[in-house]
Design a protein around this ligand. Structure first.
Ligand code: AMP
Ligand code: ZN
Length: 469
């Protein structure tokens, strides 16, 4: 079954039919985290959207080369190239010496935590996660090209890209006006020729690398140009990130890469909307900066957070609250329970319902309409026309895209005879309306490491750590 994939492209501000550069192989570049701290659930929402995009391509039969960079150097604290480098700030916060070695230690620590988060959330590992600090040579290579072509100039604090020389500056999301307006108010660096000019290299004689222009470190944007081009070529197919990157970071990636190589950087640009917490932007000071660790510590399953984000289309803002996570977890458990009741069916690739699969494909290929795809699951489960065998095989097939770990959570478990007996006795007591005694047995079952859940057709026994597979 071949269906077109239509994706909203920030370059044209329209949904476009996806056409790959190579026949069945796609190059995907997603901006990765700056590893100066734990990632927060806003970042995670974007990483989940990108995972769904990748899985959608794979479900359609494409092979993916997915590159996600790790920013372990060079991300300044503001988009206007002002303020301190985020990694330097992390060294100060953690009372570490200002050396490249200490910087690497901090970066490696948070990069590892990030990889753990990825695993917990069932996000597929990118094909490669290159580090900015290991691509300084490639950064310098692009800056040299730009120098030869006359796009750069030097100030007392660094090497800058002259946006007035690149006639298409601001083409992403047609933000030409906005980009210059943004800086006209806060033109902090009087040496810049144009407010939107950005640093390619920042001088620093205490910390950094050698370059033809002086010691220092690369600007933030250049790393993504260097790594995407190195691993995917130019142009490549799809580039993604959160919407906050449209106006400056991605605009600047496009300017420097296209000026250097006289080729488009990427054909499709997709951006995920923000996650906000209690209607506010996430900030450390008011407790709205939430990480996956916080979610786990409160007893939630990371997949429940994944499920929560899937309920809102990626281009719509998502307001997070603990209540919404609670109900997402409940719905997810309900779904697992529904499937548990039919989990004794054989799983058979040939028993995938054609009509439902077609509708599922239509939904995901329509700019990743996952809320609509999720609704199909309940529709299928309620359908009287389909057999349990078809239901189970079809939903497991959908989970290749959704990544809700359905198979792991409905896998049969061996229940000890003692627990089975207790459960049966409890069921009889309930029928006799002897609630107190029944509840006593429920507690006994829990002490033995199992929990009992009542459903329409009786009960289900699970391991009590059921949710953390
Ligand atoms: P950063 O480490 O700041 O480069 O962010 C990593 C990714 O998370 C980027 O794609 C950002 O656009 C995205 N991002 C940052 N904040 C949020 C948020 N509140 N909601 C959704 N995505 C975000
Ligand atoms: Zn980037």
């Amino acid at each position: 079954m071949d269906l077109d994939i239509n994706l909203y492209n920030t370059l044209s501000l329209k949904k476009e039919k996806f056409k790959p550069i190579k026949n069945k192989k796609i190059g995907l570049y997603t901006c990765g985290p700056t590893v100066y701290n734990f990632v927060h659930i806003g970042n995670i929402r974007t990483f989940i959207f990108e995972d769904i995009l990748r899985r959608t391509f794979e479900y359609n039969g494409f092979k993916i080369k997915h590159i996600m960079n790790i920013t372990d150097v060079g991300h300044l604290s503001s988009d206007a190239d002002e303020g301190e480098d985020k990694m330097t700030l992390a060294l100060k916060r953690e009372n570490k010496p200002l050396t490249l070695k200490a910087m690497k230690e901090v970066a490696d620590f948070y990069a590892e935590r990030f990889k753990e988060d990825i695993k917990n959330l069932n996000i597929k590992m990118p094909s490669l996660m290159p580090k900015a600090s290991e691509h300084i040579k490639e950064d310098i290579g692009i800056i040299k090209r730009l120098e030869r072509k006359g796009f750069i100039y030097k100030t007392s604090d660094g090497i800058y890209f002259d946006v007035s020389k690149f006639k298409n500056y601001g083409k992403l999301g047609r933000q030409k006006k906005i980009a210059s307006q943004k800086y006209s108010r806060i033109n902090i660096n009087p040496e810049k020729k144009n407010p939107a000019d950005f640093a390619l290299w920042k001088f620093n004689d205490k910390l950094g690398w050698k370059s033809p222009w002086g010691e220092g470190f690369p600007g933030w944007h250049i790393e993504c140009s260097a790594m995407s081009t190195k691993y995917l070529g130019q142009p490549f197919d799809v580039h993604t990130g959160g919407i906050d990157h449209i106006q400056v970071h991605h605009q600047n990636e496009i300017a420097q890469s296209e000026a250097a190589y006289e080729n488009p950087l990427a054909h499709y640009w997709l951006h995920g909307a923000f996650l906000i917490v209690d209607q506010k932007k996430m900030a450390k000071s008011d407790g709205t900066f939430i990480t996956l660790k916080d979610i786990k510590e409160k007893g939630f399953n990371p997949i429940a957070f994944r499920y929560l984000t899937l309920g809102t289309h990626y281009r719509k803002p998502l307001n997070f609250s603990w209540k919404s996570l609670e109900s997402a977890q409940k719905s997810l458990e309900h779904l697992y329970n529904q499937l548990l009741t039919i989990s004794n069916q054989p799983i058979d690739k040939n028993k995938i319902d054609k009509k439902f699969k077609e509708n599922f494909l239509k939904a995901i290929n329509d700019d990743l309409n996952i809320p609509q795809a999720l609704a199909l699951i309940q529709k299928l489960l309620k359908s009287k026309l389909k057999t349990d065998e078809y239901k189970l095989s079809t939903i497991l097939d959908f989970d290749r895209v959704l990544g809700l770990k359905i198979k792991e959570n409905i896998a049969p478990i061996k229940i000890p005879r003692e627990v089975e007996e207790l459960a049966k006795r409890r069921e009889s007591l309930r029928k006799e309306k002897k609630w107190e005694e029944a509840d006593h047995l429920r507690k006994k079952i829990l002490e033995l490491g199992y929990k009992i859940e009542d459903i329409k057709k009786g009960y289900i026994l699970k391991r009590s750590e059921h949710m953390v597979r």
